[in-house]
Design a protein around this ligand. Structure first.
Ligand SMILES: Nc1ncnc2c1ncn2[C@@H]1O[C@H](COP(=O)(O)OP(=O)(O)O)[C@@H](O)[C@H]1O
Ligand SMILES: O=c1ccn([C@@H]2O[C@H](COP(=O)(O)O)[C@@H](O)[C@H]2O)c(=O)[nH]1
Length: 209
């Protein structure tokens, strides 16, 4: 069976999750069970439970070294070969992995979303279709500030400090250059209706093959 792995990359709060989730929600009921699955790159942030909390707040979460990309790569290879995997889960408020894992079965279409998917050449090889969500960084910052305070247990001061120290510089060092590895660049983020419909049509076409 041919399986297709789609990467959705882009800056933090560019709209990757909204874009991915919209495609999934709009397709899932009309497809056979188990046709489509989602994996988040964030689930592969390294476990830091051995470090004190204060230390964990200082980690550069926007550098490729913060991720266990080898594990993600190996999971993608297992899924492509038809095996299920146990995907870790991540607690943003505690800055470390949670104990729970989530079983993901080998769907025919797998969508992976995350900031640094296209910046790692070895990981990049795993993707059949590469999409980059290209949202202006000032818009991302506004959305991230609101989201991180409301949903990820953060203070305004910590969001602002982290943005200046790591989020913005790592975006220019790693994320923005990775746009050139994408097959499709999507402007206006998670609500670009035309782009969502194009990816949905491609997925339906692949499922009919
Ligand atoms: N085009 C958009 N217009 C308005 N809000 C958006 C848009 N795209 C995303 N958002 C909102 O911005 C926040 C961050 O989006 P999200 O999809 O979680 O980003 P990412 O997964 O890239 O970090 C969320 O609250 C989301 O609902
Ligand atoms: O413990 C953590 C882990 C990650 N982050 C930030 O999350 C974003 C990536 O997630 P998105 O959903 O794409 O926004 C990344 O920019 C990290 O800075 C964190 O703050 N703390």
């Amino acid at each position: 069976m041919t399986r297709t792995i789609i990467a959705i990359a882009g800056a933090s709060a560019s709209g990757k999750s909204l874009f991915t989730q919209t495609i999934y929600n709009e397709l899932v009921n009309e497809l056979e069970d188990g046709s489509i699955a989602i994996i988040e790159e964030d689930a592969y942030y390294k476990d830091q439970s051995h470090l004190p909390f204060e230390h964990r707040t200082q980690t550069n979460y926007d550098h490729p070294d913060a991720f266990e990309h080898e594990l993600l790569k190996s999971h993608l290879e297992q899924l492509r070969s038809g095996q299920s995997v146990e995907v870790p889960s991540y607690d943003y408020a505690q800055h470390t992995r949670s104990k729970e894992t989530r079983q993901v079965n080998p769907a025919k279409i797998l969508i992976v979303e995350g900031i640094l998917l296209l910046s790692d050449p070895e990981l990049c090889k795993e993707f059949d279709i590469k999409v980059f969500i290209d949202t202006p960084l000032d818009i991302c910052l506004l959305r991230r500030t609101q989201r991180d305070i409301e949903q990820r247990g953060r203070t305004l001061q910590s969001v602002v400090e982290q943005y200046q120290a790591t989020v913005r510089p790592m975006f220019y060092q790693f994320i923005e250059p990775s746009k050139h590895s994408a097959d499709l660049v999507v402007t206006r983020g998670g609500m670009n209706r035309v782009a969502i419909d194009i990816i949905k049509s491609k997925i339906k076409y692949l499922l009919q093959e």
